[in-house]
Write a new protein. Structure first.
Length: 153
């Protein structure tokens, strides 16, 4: 009888604490060089998930170039792109800094704040990366980054 009560207690505890919804962090990295356009790009994606659902992604994009015009171009491009995404769907928080020959863009994409329904409607290919509740799946976002050439661990 004590074993049964103990087992029921453990089941109750695991149910309440959400044992099946463990938090996980997955890191993906992408490095590329474009010598003809004088820059190197290093991107780190840190995926924060609960169970198999992505909560948010933190990205760090580092562009290295000796040409100020290249860095200025990317600064304007990155800032306008993330502003547009945030204006359209919410959930994007971006900061860009330039120091010497290096531009660093840090972004947090919070999928809990994002209007996923509108995002999926505007980007129909995303439908295969979300569940029936339009929540981004970990395997989906990993597949997206790997298709870009990133390596995920």
């Amino acid at each position: 009888m004590k074993k049964i009560i103990g087992s029921l207690f453990l089941i109750l505890v695991f149910s309440i604490t959400g044992c099946g919804n463990k938090e996980a962090t997955i890191e993906c990295n992408l490095n590329s060089k474009d010598p003809s356009n004088n820059y190197e790009l290093k991107t780190d994606y840190i995926i924060h998930a609960k169970g198999d659902i992505v909560e948010y992604v933190e990205t760090t994009e580092t562009i290295i170039s000796d040409k100020e015009s290249v860095l200025n171009y990317f600064k304007e491009y990155v800032e306008s792109t993330y502003k547009s995404m945030n204006d359209s769907y919410s959930g994007y928080d971006n900061k860009v800094t330039v120091d010497g020959n290096k531009l660093v863009s840090t972004t947090k994409i919070d999928y809990n704040k994002m209007n996923m329904e509108k995002f999926i409607k505007d980007n129909t290919a995303m439908k295969s990366y979300v569940n029936k509740n339009n929540q981004l799946k970990v395997e989906g976002v990993k597949k997206i980054y790997e298709q870009l050439g990133a390596v995920c661990k």
